[in-house]
Write a protein that binds this ligand. Structure first.
Ligand code: WTA
Length: 651
């Protein structure tokens, strides 16, 4: 880690905002930081005033650490703000969503068409017995009906829980049963690299053990276009979208919700075997996502904005759906893989739709670098004016490549740090103000308080490294963990009392800029996806052959981290087929994104005398480094033999 820090801090390249950009920027006066600091509640109130409220709030913030409430007494509807208020005004015929399918089909919805479609879907949900307060699980491809479904839920006050289409039946089951979702919205399948992802079949498998779900609404995406097993049709439970949605009336008023009513639950990995249901509410979340969308992406009326994240992750919730649509943006949604049919697909999309703002992940950028400069070079990318990244630390080389080869050396690049829990971007350059440094997310946005803390919670000033903590509440912050109030306090607020613990390491440089260094807990970041070591370990020990498993994230030049698993077998089990079988077992239990890259069957695991697995040593082994301190090991011979075994596999 310290080598990385040194290398980062020697990064001397500086990119001030282009003058022309600053001249037209939504935020161009650095005084905004002071203004926010002087009266943070008045500052957020100003942004809340840009939204439509049925009833105004009486109190901006109630902060009883660690519980925050924002815009108390306010009545608001997220769907009204993202859809109706544009459809009823000057943006009625403006395109809201451009949806490109992987096979190349393009469908669009204007704001007024979106309004009608959302209202019909909302009425269909009502017909299926879904009402205010009922939770709906969404398991869909990246098609515009996913956004329509989310907004339809928001319209009638039914919180949604979106499950990423790459998760397994087992993961779905866990999420559905935790929320006791009443209905599911899915599709027969989605396209990925020319193949069908059989979503409905996976839903069927999960629902065999989900008693709360009584209805399943199925969008026909694939139909007869491919031969595949679409699962079973359960009469009385399953209903086709095209049978029920189009016939509905477009008359469906938006339910006036309390500012603090739940908008959605989204599951993310923590440091245990079970994911946490992060709860976001309505008013503050919309204020935070719409304001940051306006500042960080400098959104203008004529922009075409593309965030490549899947809506199954928080980035898709906040910056494909709620933030951009609340601002009346035109949003691109792409269904498939970046190399389908060829490695220039992203750049073809930018060219075809004249994308002006692009937001993607460092792992994708590193993949593009590896594929070669010729793919972006053969497309016209001159429409781009701003680039963003999110999800993991970006190495300076990838940052500069992105700026030069995608941004034509003219676009500012914003490296945005945030989390599922934060709901909105918290640390990022402001593209019209900030001098960017490749690899640094620079500073907290106006109104956001961040500190670098030592292990004991002491706040460290000046150029120091430590843990990133947040020192004051912000509007889109999580309101809790669904069904687990204790875990909320323990996970985020007990490390440094009074401050929110992010789980990330950070270093502040001489100029006060922040360099995020990745997780310091048992959460891995694999290609920008959060996966807990414990989840993968539980999936492994679920297999009958496994006695014990230890999982670590090792560094990987494209994915950021790769998953390495060390497995101890039960006696009587052996065989060369096992590594492959165990990797497949994890994919089945969690989803293909959690399949270990390396799997070592070993004779023993390195443990301390108190029986704790020393992951640090496993990391040293997996990364081929000199072993760190082994004096606390119960049996030092264990690592030596593991090391030998590792070297043999490598050779
Ligand atoms: C990491 C994604 C460095 C970090 C929005 C965080 C980043 C976790 C950055 C949250 C960034 C996200 N630089 N690291 N710009 N953005 N991270 O919940 O470790 O999927 O804690 O939210 O991703 O991941 P999550």
């Amino acid at each position: 880690m310290s080598e990385t820090i040194e290398a980062l801090l020697e990064e001397g390249r500086r990119y001030p905002p282009p003058e022309e950009f600053t001249r037209n920027a939504n935020l161009s006066d650095p005084a905004v930081y002071d203004r926010a600091e002087k009266d943070v509640e008045a500052f957020w109130e100003e942004w809340a005033d840009r939204l439509d409220w049925f009833e105004r709030w009486h109190t901006v913030l109630e902060w009883n650490p660690p519980y925050a409430k924002w815009f108390l007494g306010g009545k608001i509807n997220a769907c009204h703000n993202c859809v109706d208020r544009h459809a009823e005004g000057a943006r009625a015929d403006k395109v809201a969503i451009i949806n490109e399918g992987e096979p190349g089909d393009v469908r669009t919805l204007t704001y007024s068409e979106l309004r009608d479609e959302v209202a019909r879907a909302a009425n269909a949900l009502k017909e299926l017995g879904v009402g205010r307060g009922d939770i709906v699980c969404l398991y869909m491809p990246m098609i515009m009906e996913l956004a329509v479904a989310m907004l339809a839920c928001a319209r009638i006050g039914a919180p949604h829980t979106v499950v990423f289409g790459g998760f397994s039946a087992e993961s779905l089951k866990e999420r559905i049963n935790d929320t006791r979702a009443k209905a599911v919205i899915t599709a027969d399948g989605g396209w990925r690299r020319g193949k069908v992802v059989p979503l409905k079949r996976t839903i069927d498998e999960a629902l065999a053990q989900c008693p709360s779900v009584s209805r399943v609404l199925v969008y026909r995406r694939i139909g007869d276009a491919a031969e595949f097993d679409a699962g079973q049709w359960v009469e009385g439970r399953d209903v086709w979208w095209h049978d029920i949605v189009p016939k509905q009336s477009t008359d469906c008023p938006c339910e006036p919700m309390d500012s603090e009513d739940m908008l959605y639950v989204l599951y993310t990995s923590g440091s245990t075997g079970h994911p946490k249901g992060i709860v976001h509410t309505t008013g503050g979340y919309l204020v935070g996502t719409s304001a940051t969308f306006h500042w960080v992406f400098d959104h203008k009326e004529e922009d075409i904005y593309w965030c490549t994240a899947d809506v199954g992750w928080v980035t898709g919730h906040s910056y494909v759906v709620y933030g951009p649509l609340a601002e009346g943006a035109t949003v691109v949604m792409y269904e498939g893989a970046p190399d389908a049919p060829d490695k220039d697909r992203f750049w073809r999309i930018v060219e075809r739709h004249k994308v002006s703002i692009l937001y993607t992940a460092p792992t994708a950028i590193r993949t593009f670098m590896k594929w070669g400069d010729e793919f972006p070079a053969r497309c016209d990318l001159s429409s781009l004016r701003l680039l963003g990244t999110v999800g993991e630390p970006i190495n300076p080389e990838a940052w500069v490549w992105y700026r030069d080869h995608i941004g034509g050396e003219r676009c500012p690049v914003v490296d945005t740090w945030w989390q599922t829990e934060t709901g909105m971007i918290l640390i990022s350059p402001l593209p019209g103000i900030t001098v960017c440094k490749p690899g640094s997310a620079t500073r907290p946005l106006p109104g956001i308080g961040a500190a670098v803390c030592a292990e004991d919670g002491t706040v460290l000033e000046g150029p120091r490294g430590g843990y990133l903590a947040l020192t004051q509440p912000w509007p889109a912050m999580l309101r809790g963990i669904f069904n687990d109030p204790d875990r909320y306090v323990e996970q985020y607020w007990s490390q440094f009392p009074g401050k929110y613990f992010t789980g990330d390491g950070v270093k502040r440089d001489e100029e006060g800029d922040l360099w995020l260094l990745g997780r310091v807990d048992d959460v891995m970041n694999v290609a920008g996806h959060r996966i807990s070591t414990m989840e993968v370990e539980s999936a492994l020990v679920d297999h009958p052959a496994v006695a014990e498993a230890a999982v670590i994230g090792r560094s990987h030049d494209v994915k950021g981290q790769a998953i390495a698993a060390f497995v101890l077998l039960k006696s009587g089990y052996s065989g060369d087929h096992l590594p492959k079988e165990l990797r497949a077992h994890v994919a089945k239990m969690i989803g293909p994104i959690a399949r270990p890259d390396d799997l070592y069957i070993c004779g023993d695991l390195p443990k301390t005398r108190s029986g704790k697995i020393m992951r640090r040593l496993l990391r040293d082994i997996a990364e081929g480094r000199a072993l760190g301190d082994t004096t606390t090991l119960a049996d030092p011979a264990v690592v030596a033999s593991l090391r030998d075994q590792y070297e043999q596999t490598e050779a």
